[in-house]
Design a protein around this ligand. Structure first.
Ligand code: ADP
Length: 283
């Protein structure tokens, strides 16, 4: 298994006492799988992503990547967040190259490309892929929000990470730019089959991009269902949103989010589908 979470839980203690953010959960993500986490605001999705990224310690439980315990941030994980996180004093090209300057050792898959020429070629390839080659010498403030997120995506991919972790990466973009970014990401996934955990509260976005959608309850987050997305990836595009099968799965997820699986059969089927994920206390 690429990514294995066992008994991962999180509570925060602060001035107002304990906040229980996440119930203990198990989750497995296969190599090349794209998994979206959806759930109400404040249910612990970002917390879970930060734990997987090694940015936040869990209160309990373990996260393993390729069988090795994640104990802190590393080049194996590519990160992309909603907020603009580019360095304003670096050009687009320098921003994308930045993670390579931090790498403590070459990634196994990057072997042979560790030299400066190889790195420059890799950065150029990514900038072309995300359509920013002509803007390589621009600074973040000179770019639109969509272009900034394209640069952030290139930067997340430049270290050839084993797993891509994305937290509402398109949440601040207007609808049209968001759709263009989703199609770009779909294109990248189809070509690179990179294992991805993607946090969103947008059910359309989750269904459009994912192999599997994990639905969380309200805080403290627990897994309500893990649903395989049934449409062929080749058929995915913004037009998919008009498809009857798409609308059916969307209704299923929305019903879960509202706390009402629509029928007893549906409820059984959803729980039956929890092959990879443990629920706490049922639903
Ligand atoms: P989501 O991403 O699903 O919107 P979060 O993971 O951001 O939810 O937050 C889950 C809960 O944990 C929320 O109640 C939030 O207020 C709380 N929380 C998140 N980060 C912290 C923190 N650093 N300190 C205290 N409470 C936090």
């Amino acid at each position: 298994m690429k990514l294995s979470l066992r008994g991962v839980a999180k509570s925060y203690s602060g001035r107002r006492g304990e906040t229980n953010a996440l119930c203990p959960l198990d989750m497995d993500v296969r190599e090349g799988e794209f998994v979206s986490l959806v759930g109400p605001s404040g249910c612990g999705k970002s917390t879970l992503l930060h734990i997987v990224a090694g940015l936040e310690p869990p209160t309990a439980g373990t996260v393993d990547l390729d069988g090795e315990r994640v104990r802190g941030p590393g080049a194996e994980l590519g990160l992309m967040f909603q907020q603009q996180t580019l360095f304003p004093w670096l050009s687009v090209r320098e921003n994308v190259r930045f993670p390579l300057t931090l790498a403590r050792r070459p990634r196994p898959r990057a072997r042979g490309k560790g030299d400066a020429d190889g790195q420059a070629a890799q950065v150029e390839g990514l900038l072309r892929l995300v359509g920013l080659w002509d803007f390589r010498d621009s600074y973040p403030a000179e770019l639109s929000g969509g272009m900034q997120q394209r640069a952030a995506l290139a930067r997340a991919l430049v270290g050839q990470p084993e797993v891509l972790l994305m937290d509402e990466p398109f949440g601040a973009l207007d609808a049209q730019t968001r759709e263009a970014m989703q199609e770009l990401l779909l294109h990248l996934i189809q070509h690179h089959r990179i294992t991805t955990l993607f946090v969103t509260h947008d059910v359309d976005e989750a269904l459009l991009l994912s192999d599997r959608v994990v639905v969380f309850s309200e805080r403290p987050g627990r897994v309500l269902a893990s649903l395989d997305v049934t449409f062929a990836r080749a058929a995915r595009s913004s037009e998919l949103k008009l498809d009857e099968a798409f609308l059916h799965q969307k209704r299923e997820i929305l019903a879960l989010l509202r706390g009402r699986p629509r029928t007893a059969t549906q409820r059984d089927r959803l729980l039956h589908g929890l092959t990879n994920t443990r629920t706490e206390g049922g639903s």
